[in-house]
Ligand binder design. Structure first.
Ligand SMILES: [Zn+2]
Length: 288
């Protein structure tokens, strides 16, 4: 079960979020047939994006995170909404690199150290908010900590992890995010960073203790708000039809004439939508 638990800690000076995204990462592995390294890079990005989506206020709010680095994994895109329905993809689902000297997957090599993160939040009728920052290590947690510090002026300590078992499935994925509220003391921030450092390997903690175990062990008894994110694509035939209609009649029949059909693949869930000439005739006659 995917879960995000949030509360305030250290005399309400800091906000704490603990996430278990193991099931979400396994859904991503199944949908995209991901290698362990690609699963780790996409899984960490899905975890931090789920945290970001949990801060959206209105039912129609949504956001997208794009990481463009110079690593072998290529572009990573994750989208989500305030219901915490999350979806994503990585350009290269088969990325492989030798393990690092500490035995961990080389996520930094997959993502790359040079490049940028772009976050777009769409909130109601206002212009979308867009923020960007440079990658630091490509390990995702450090990169998003830098994003929060420099782009949103909010000091943030982040641990993210994805552990892949010998059979290629995810056995533990999640994260811990601690953010300073505006009146937080230097001391509380230092304690937060120290706690995150002491946690070590977050994916192993998720696997062995779960989010409740992590909360109890590192923070003591607390009352949490809980939400339940999941991997869910929002595409559908209606959505694809709207895109086709926006292309115009001439373009649609041009494709039909050259390819015999129109085939649209959703990058987020790998669903193929196929339209024959008869389908297009019907679609256009119903939408004159
Ligand atoms: Zn889809």
């Amino acid at each position: 079960m995917n879960i995000i638990k949030k509360t305030l800690i250290y005399d309400d000076q800091l906000s704490l979020a603990i996430l278990d995204t193991t099931d979400m990462v396994n859904d991503a592995i199944k949908i995209h047939n991901l290698s362990p390294l690609s699963a780790a890079a996409l899984g960490r990005t899905m975890t931090i994006t789920t945290f970001m989506a949990s801060g959206l206020k209105n039912a129609t709010d949504k956001l997208s995170v794009t990481i463009k680095g110079d690593g072998i994994g290529g572009e990573i895109v994750v989208c989500g909404n305030s219901d915490l329905k999350m979806r994503g993809y990585i350009a290269n689902p088969n990325a492989e690199l030798p393990l690092k000297s500490n035995g961990h997957l080389d996520v930094g090599g997959c993502v790359g150290k040079n490049g940028r993160i772009t976050i777009v939040k769409s909130m109601g009728l206002k212009e979308p908010y867009s923020g960007t920052s440079q990658l630091v290590t490509g390990e995702i947690a450090e990169d998003f900590a830098a994003y929060y510090t420099f782009s949103e002026q909010q000091p943030t300590a982040i641990a993210l992890g994805v552990k892949i078992g010998t059979d290629g499935t995810c056995v533990g994925a999640g994260g811990v995010i601690i953010q300073a509220l505006p009146f937080a003391s230097e001391e509380s921030l230092f304690m937060a960073e120290d706690t995150i450092l002491r946690m070590g390997n977050i994916s192993t903690l998720i696997e062995e203790m779960g989010v409740d175990g992590i909360a109890d062990y590192f923070f003591g008894p607390l009352n949490f708000n809980e939400s339940f994110p999941k991997y869910q694509c929002l595409c559908g035939k209606d959505y694809i039809e709207k895109i086709l209609l926006s292309m115009g009649k001439a373009e649609l029949y041009d494709i039909i004439n050259t390819q015999g059909k129109i085939s649209v693949n959703c990058q987020f869930c790998e669903t193929d939508y196929v339209f024959t000439k008869e389908d297009i005739d019907k679609l256009l006659s119903e939408n004159k």
